[in-house]
Design a protein around this ligand. Structure first.
Ligand SMILES: Nc1ncnc2c1ncn2[C@@H]1O[C@H](COP(=O)(O)OP(=O)(O)OP(=O)(O)O)[C@@H](O)[C@H]1O
Ligand SMILES: [Mg+2]
Length: 375
């Protein structure tokens, strides 16, 4: 039997743990055409949840089309249009009336169409003369999709990327087009929380108050434990309570890491999984990533590196300017600590969690954190 612990985006409902409340909420929003912003820390399962939702829509509401576009690879409006058009093309069945119309519509931009040799996915190249032409194309695409009189849910993943575009008016443009759509529902998704919050919750920005927020936390301990036990059981394996608890604690129930560890344990093939087996798999995973971690070392100053080690050893730091933290790790003054924390979270290496109790800092990559804490 194949390894049931999925480590790519999404496989199927039965290999997907929980998220029932979030799924129902998002489904309801889709049926009511309420635009959403889906935010969480990295690697908790946003993209997976979108695919899970789309699966559910396909099964229960086949009249609703779904389009998923990841704009991470785009660095300007041209890139956005290209990825968006490609995503629509691959989501809407080519032979349907809608699909045929879409192909014709996109042909009117006179793009060069090629097909990826490996995946067969369509790839577009569109040449523009002027800025107006780009904006016209972008608006046209939204109007075209909206004009098909069939509901479409469009998920735009890594949405914070639009802040990297040189075009300053992208948010205003999108906001205007989206506001006019009658049949389209949007899900904006991203993990750079401070940017996403600034886009959607800053009253001076175009998207302010235009979406409802769906926030994703960790899967509960009970549900994740039951899920893991069940999947090992399907492969005729068993895991001890103690070992299972260690898996959940060591990965902090950050979905990506929990899945990775379970995947590796499963792949190792033991029928009975005890604590020793789990710990040896943990070591194996850290060893495998060592080259990557040493690479990080090269990218950082000594001060940044030592700061990461300090945070890793603490696990989580609430008061980055507290005297005993600064002293214990010889960080220097409070402002030095703030600067280091800022530069490391900018690089995506530190995870910043804001709650009513305060601001927590931890090393974003849970495995890396375990590796660092041993130094
Ligand atoms: N509910 C779930 N049950 C089982 N596996 C899951 C679940 N959610 C996510 N995963 C798995 O965890 C990994 C990380 O999930 P995903 O890529 O969806 O996270 P993300 O929040 O989009 O991350 P990023 O912020 O890096 O984009 C994937 O391999 C995915 O298959
Ligand atoms: Mg994602």
């Amino acid at each position: 039997m194949d390894n049931p612990f999925v480590i790519k985006a999404y496989e199927s409902k039965d290999l997907f743990c929980d998220r029932e409340e979030e799924l129902q909420l998002m489904l309801r929003n889709c049926l009511n055409q309420t635009n959403m912003t889906l935010i969480s820390r990295r690697r908790l399962g946003k993209t997976g949840l979108i695919f899970r939702l789309f699966d559910e829509i396909k099964a229960s509401y086949p009249n609703i089309q779904t389009v998923y576009v990841d704009i991470f690879a785009s660095d300007n409006i041209d890139g956005f249009i290209k990825l968006f058009a490609e995503a629509a093309l691959s989501a809407i069945p080519e032979k349907s009336t809608f699909g045929k119309r879409l192909v014709n519509y996109i042909k009117s931009f006179r793009p060069q169409v090629t097909y990826d040799t490996l995946t067969g996915q369509p790839q577009l190249q569109i040449a523009y003369q002027t800025v107006q032409e780009k904006e016209y194309t972008l608006r046209g695409l939204f109007e075209f999709l909206d004009g098909q009189n069939s509901p479409i849910v469009i998920a735009i993943d890594e949405f914070q990327q639009i802040r990297e575009y040189p075009e300053q008016n992208m948010e205003a443009l999108l906001r205007t087009y989206i506001q006019q759509c009658k049949n389209l529902t949007f899900i904006f998704c991203g993990s750079k929380k401070h940017i996403m919050t600034d886009i959607f919750a800053n009253e001076r920005k175009p998207f302010y108050s235009s979406t409802t927020f769906v926030s994703l936390g960790k899967i509960s301990e009970e549900r994740y434990a039951a899920f893991i036990r069940q999947l090992f059981g399907r492969g005729k394996r068993s895991i001890t309570d103690e070992a299972l608890q260690f898996v959940l604690d060591w990965t902090q129930r950050v979905t990506y890491y929990t899945q990775q560890l379970c995947h590796a344990i499963y792949a190792n093939g033991k029928k009975t999984i005890d604590l020793a087996e789990v710990k040896s798999t943990c070591n194996q995973l850290l060893k495998q990533s060592e080259t990557v971690y040493l690479q990080y070392r090269q990218m950082l100053t000594d001060k940044q590196w030592n700061y990461l080690i300090a945070v890793a050893k603490e696990g989580r730091v609430r008061q980055i300017t507290a005297a005993d933290f600064l002293k214990r790790y010889q960080i220097g003054g409070a402002s030095a600590s703030r600067k280091l924390a800022e530069s490391l979270s900018e690089k995506g290496l530190l995870n910043v969690e804001v709650s009513l109790e305060g601001i927590d800092y931890s090393v974003g990559d849970v495995f890396f954190s375990h590796w660092l804490e041993r130094l």
